[in-house]
Design a binder for this molecule. Sequence first.
Ligand SMILES: Nc1nc2c(ncn2[C@@H]2O[C@H](COP(=O)(O)OP(=O)(O)OP(=O)(O)O)[C@@H](O)[C@H]2O)c(=O)[nH]1
Ligand SMILES: [Mg+2]
Length: 436
Amino acid sequence: MMVALEVTPQGLPGKVFLSYLLPSNNQKEVWQIEQYRSPADLSIQFLDFIQALEAELHKGVGVPAQAGQELAILVSVVPYGKTFPIEDSLAELGELARTADLAVIDTVVQRPKRINPKYLMGEGRLKDLVIKGLQSGATVICFDQELTAAQANAIAEQTDLKVIDRTQLILDIFAKRAHSRDGKVRVELAQLQYLLPRLTGKGIFMSRLMGGIGGRGPGETKLEIDRRRIKDRIHRLEKELDHLGKSGWQRRAKRRKQGLPICSIVGYTNAGKSTLLNALTESAVTVENKLFATLDTASRRLRFPREREVIITDTVGFIRDLPPSLLGAFRSTLAELQDADLLLHVIDVGNPRFEEQMAAVEALLTELELQHIPLLRCFNKKDRVDAVVVQRICQRLGGVAISALDTGTFVPLLTQIEERIWGRPEAAFPAKLSGH
Ligand SMILES: Nc1nc2c(ncn2[C@@H]2O[C@H](COP(=O)(O)OP(=O)(O)OP(=O)(O)O)[C@@H](O)[C@H]2O)c(=O)[nH]1
Ligand SMILES: [Mg+2]
């Protein structure tokens, strides 16, 4: 509630105005203004009134949020006429939010004629959004589009809510999920590189951002951090990474010395890569129905008949528009893919957006200069799709279908892996030799 008190020229109290937000209702009114002749007329029991009002406001939130969970409104701003898969993209943003432990309470789409460079969305729409946030008890506004430093700061000046974008959300997930020292260093580095150019303006946006979602900021770093300290920290992390990188290199060299072919599993996040690795090699790496369950590479041996063996590696999942700072940070992890003799591209055929996901992954592979390595498409989760449809997809796009949950479906996949690595059985074992 806001209260304004008039002061007469004589210095005496005059009229009193109160204004407060209304719960969402069928009428268009979102706030109420009341006027009293003097403070003496004011009979309102403030605490009772505001508690009742807040209870009323929060009743509107339909999502059962757990205690301590932040409530988010997702926002997408796409110029009218521009084709962009808004719904799909928002669905993925919702998945990202869920993975980051945010409860999504509302979604707002704006299609302006032109983008307002200051706030991304129109000023009027931003005001509506802020009020909606207050009415619903939201704590975070998350944009599907990347905000510039200036936009993020300008929006943050209009609201007390945390303002983040998709990149920030992905960085936050990575920060939360990194377990190994190596992974932690990489993620912190990526976060700081994202924040550094945003250290401008009044810093309102920054100060809220440094806390991260639910208070997870980059390391111990807090508000008082200035650019120099961030730069120092970046420098130190890079050095540490260099050092860690050496041991990774030694590990790779050792593996290469064993002379075993390497088959690397790649694919969109949540496609089932780790599940497949586990099923193929009877291991127990982390599997979860959340995005970016895997951040560290894991390698296991897989034995084929005829004394043949390959090393299978599991990697971090890909995502459309991977933040460049993250791609940079993970470039060296992904550099391991350079050693692969075969890339096994796992695709979640049960996802309605699987073709775009597939294209996004293969574009990233090209960006990482891996297009020369043989690639086998593996359509996973076939249990979720009609068998005939899956068969057609395999024919149309080329590849084999499996269900990582059912080892009984692996035969075509194993045959293909064997063929791609050692050549067709006929080629490896010419007829006159294989007969005896
Ligand atoms: N129905 C069905 N679900 C599957 C299949 N394979 C994996 N899943 C499920 O998909 C989810 C993601 O599996 P993960 O193996 O963690 O996926 P990932 O590709 O390693 O994901 P990230 O490491 O997050 O990139 C889990 O809930 C799995 O149980 C399948 O063949 N069928
Ligand atoms: Mg995984």
